[in-house]
Write a protein that binds this ligand. Sequence first.
Ligand code: NAP
Length: 321
Amino acid sequence: MEFQLGGLQVSGETQGEHVRVLIIGSGPAGMSAALYAARDQLEPLVLTGMEMGGQVSLTDRIDNYPGFPEGIKAQELIDRFKAQAERFGARFVMDVATEVDLSQRPFTVKTYSATYTADALIIATGASARKLEVPGEAELTGKGVSYCATCDGWFFQDKDVIVVGGGDSAVEEGLFLTRYARKVTIVHRRNKLRAQPYLQKQAFEHPKIDFIWDTVVTEILGKDAVEAVRLRNVKTGEERVMPIDGVFIFIGHIPNTELFKGQLELDERGYIKVHNWVKTSVPGVFAAGEVADPRYRQVVTSAGMGAAAAIEARHFLSEEG
Ligand code: NAP
């Protein structure tokens, strides 16, 4: 069997194996769960998913993870998380879970290339960028439409781009894009940003950043690349076409829980429902990070949940002897 994974060509079918603790996802929650489970000698195996590091890999710097007063490059933080977990014996497999059976133990997790069974499961699959769902968006993704400034900002040297959204991500990534772009226009559907005050201040004071308020993008136009966006003022109903080179979309996230529908209790937005912070509706299955946390969604809180999930997995396994 051959398949593409994160740009890598992977070939060969493996047997899979039985593990005490299987962790799905390699963001801060999965990494920290791996560290704690490994230190508890539970020999965890981590299925990394497409992106080692999860959403952290889509950002440039992390300034609010404790212990790094000068901030740290996101990639370096991921490498450090991984190295620390590996030091205690955690193993990482670059593969994607495609099917789970949580109806009986051991739990079964199928991936692109193998089938694993596990006595306890920690789900740390995170969340993915929400789409605008407007005409032109899907067709022009990768051709001027992007959900990752760190990945694609470089391509917009001296170009004009818009950023859609008004939260921390939109403002932070908008600020990042000023390194490359000639002008960054933040298009927000209200007239007030949701982002933290310190980010707002930086954006309002930045000479390269402009704002268009009370406005939504209704269409992205272009043949082989983005050429313009159609905008609508939600207060006046007025429409106009704005020529632009790039559209960066940061309008929140959708939890990656498709695999678990019908097997775990999810809330109305699709997040895994947890009690005692990390326990799901199935004993022995724990959830950590943004897949179960629509509220805090920080690297540090996700890492905290990952640690808690591993500790609970240890209690669960030791209680049953
Ligand atoms: P968010 O806080 O949910 O903000 C989403 C933004 O997109 C909001 O301004 C929202 O508008 C807008 N929006 C949503 N749907 C839209 C649509 N269909 N069309 C147009 N606009 C739409 O998401 P986020 O910025 O990705 O942040 C997610 C979490 O990560 C937050 O908890 C945030 O604090 C955290 N985060 C923290 C940092 C940091 O600490 N440095 C950096 C990035 C993210 P409304 O405001 O009108 O709802």
